[in-house]
Design a protein around this ligand. Structure first.
Ligand code: CO
Length: 132
């Protein structure tokens, strides 16, 4: 059901510093998007088929702010593009007794369908499924 790694979400405290770091490594900033529902600003860096997404909280209420407080800045989630739509992938995951955070797809960055699997079922890695 997984096609390729869509993106890796990295929690950062300072978006400008994060952008400067990946530019230093030779990646090109594709854009920055604010997602008010998650209280987060995201900087996108394409890297082959995959993107690095720097996730920076815009408020202390942001789930990303809470993540940084608990675990420190660093890898927040790994997102896989799925073959046949997020709803089908969720149904398949559930049939294999994988715990879900989202029972149904919701809208992520750029209005694409996404859903999260529970880290308790995914070796401790918050795992996102997304549509392309
Ligand atoms: Co993501």
């Amino acid at each position: 059901m997984l096609k390729h790694i869509s993106h890796i979400g990295i929690a950062v405290k300072d978006l400008e510093a994060g952008i400067a770091f990946y530019e230093k490594l030779g990646l090109k900033l594709e854009g920055i998007e604010e997602v008010p529902s998650q209280k987060v600003k995201i900087a996108f860096f394409p890297c082959g088929e995959t993107r690095i997404e720097l996730l920076c909280p815009t408020s202390e209420e942001s789930p990303i702010a809470k993540f940084i407080e608990n675990k420190g800045a660093g890898v927040h989630h790994v997102a896989f593009a799925v073959e046949d739509g997020v709803a089908n992938a969720l149904a398949e995951a559930e049939s294999k007794e994988i715990r879900l955070i989202d029972k149904a797809p919701r809208k992520g960055a750029e209005g694409l369908n996404i859903a999260f699997l529970h880290p308790k079922s995914t070796l401790g890695v918050l795992t996102e499924l997304c549509e392309h």
